[in-house]
Write a protein that binds this ligand. Structure first.
Ligand code: NAD
Length: 420
């Protein structure tokens, strides 16, 4: 299956490895995860019955530091996808230059079907099963799809109970008041904006007034929209899984959209002015509703996939009109689509660079925990800016040196740092 994320990841790796004539043993080590841990996680339900779930952790590579990556709770948690995501973490951490390797894991469960108490018991049982494999210097999980700061706190707490010592750096993404880092929530979106700004500056482009369409209005999409708008970009379209809004003159009030999400759980057909939320407001502003996938093919300067994998495929790549794709989701572009975008001269800012701001601040959290420090938000975000600018400039230099696109350059840079 060429477009399974894991196959795609390995193909991207092979292309970059060939450029560097990488040692075959080093390549083989990266083409396979170091370890795949599979556990059973029994849970006593509130009604007294017992359900058992499958849990996983893929530890891809730790040559630069402890394995690092998210935990997702999803009924279709798929090992193939986790291997790809763990691999991309290895690459991302090398690009943004933090001393971590790559990991990913989770439990095949629908957390929405569990009570709060059941979710806590499940997380504590999973932590017990994973105890030999996690630790501040071994493997450091973080939140991912359907997991959050509360779940990270339970893992930290259970780890402390079982080992007899509190080690806040065993997980990142904790609540700020319980050892988390200021700035983590907005870090991924803001990091992507720094990467984009660095590239536009390098290309001598004036970004003010450039139009942007964003797919996904979750944690990442929302912050990308807000920070881009602050910088003077014009956000013209936003969409979630149910559809969205397109206002060619610009969505000036992002709070009007945020209020819709909070009120009705979706963006389409809604724009709130004061307490009145109505599609009529969109029409008054010269806009209209759009279908979820339409957001990618609108006539804009920049398209930002910030939802799920495989958003840009051979079926829609040809219809893209943007000049730049800022990949904030993991793996949003299939291999065939990537070729089409390249042939059309569309510049793709690859996921492993664009969304690496999140793990950069996760590293800051780990560092603060280990060194018993507490940084101010503005200091954290300044360090994030420095990290993103350095990573982006390094990718641009490799692209220039090897005459390759930014995705290939990002992989080459990662490999140079992983196999010096
Ligand atoms: P989220 O769950 O907060 O938001 C996802 C958004 O995508 C939601 O608004 C959802 O409605 C929307 N969506 C889903 N399917 C869609 C579709 N077909 N069309 C349009 N919208 C759709 O998730 P998030 O944390 O914002 O993550 C988004 C992406 O960024 C994921 O690929 C994630 O792996 C990646 N990422 C996130 C972080 C982070 O720090 N949160 C870090 C690195 C990468």
């Amino acid at each position: 299956m060429p477009d399974s994320p894991w196959e795609r990841a390995r193909q991207q790796l092979r292309v970059a490895a060939a450029r560097l004539s990488l040692d075959p043993l080093a390549l083989a080590r990266l083409q396979h995860p170091d370890r795949v841990i599979a556990v059973s996680v029994p849970l006593k339900r509130d009604d007294g019955s017992v359900s058992t779930y499958d849990g996983f952790r893929v530890q891809h590579n730790n040559s630069r530091g402890p394995y690092k990556g998210g935990l997702r709770y999803h009924p279709r948690a798929d090992l193939d996808e986790m291997k790809a995501l763990a691999f991309w973490m290895t690459m991302k951490n090398a690009i943004v230059d933090v001393p971590f390797g790559g990991g990913k894991g989770g439990i095949a469960v629908n957390p929405k079907e569990l009570s709060e108490a059941e979710l806590e018991r499940l997380t504590r049982e999973f932590t017990r099963k994973m105890l030999p494999f996690i630790g501040p210097n071994l493997d450091v999980p973080a939140p991912d799809v359907n997991t959050n700061s509360r779940i990270m706190h339970w893992i930290r707490d259970e780890y402390a109970r079982l080992t007899g010592k509190d080690a806040p750096a065993v997980v990142t993404g904790k609540p700020v008041e319980l050892g988390g880092s200021e700035g983590r929530t907005e870090a991924t979106g803001l990091g992507g904006v720094y990467a984009l700004m660095t590239i536009l500056k390098e290309r001598g482009a004036d970004h003010r007034g450039m139009t942007v369409a964003i797919q996904g209005f979750g944690n990442v999409g929302e912050y990308v929209a807000r920070f881009l708008q602050q910088e003077g970009f014009k956000i013209v379209a936003l969409a979630d899984s149910k559809g969205g809004v397109y206002i060619p003159e610009g969505i000036k009030d992002l709070d009007a959209i945020q209020a819709c999400k909070e009120k009705s759980g979706k963006l389409a057909g809604c724009y709130c002015i004061g307490s009145v939320c109505d599609i009529a407001h969109i029409e008054e502003l010269g806009g209209r509703d759009i279908f979820p996938d339409e957001v990618l093919t609108l006539p804009v300067d920049i398209v930002v996939p910030a939802a799920l994998e495989n958003a840009i495929t051979k079926d829609n790549a040809d219809a893209l009109k943007a000049k730049i794709v800022l990949e904030m989701a993991n793996g949003p572009t299939t291999i065939e689509a990537d070729k089409i975008l390249q042939a059309k001269g569309i510049e793709v800012i690859p996921d492993i660079l664009a969304n690496s701001g999140g793990v950069a601040v996760s590293y800051f959290e780990w560092f603060q925990n280990v060194n018993e420090e507490k940084w101010k938000k503005e200091d954290t975000l300044l360090r994030l800016k420095e990290k993103m600018e350095a990573a982006t400039c390094a990718v641009l230099e490799v692209a220039e040196e090897y005459k390759v696109n930014l995705r290939e350059a990002a992989y080459i840079l990662a490999l140079k740092r992983l196999v010096p």
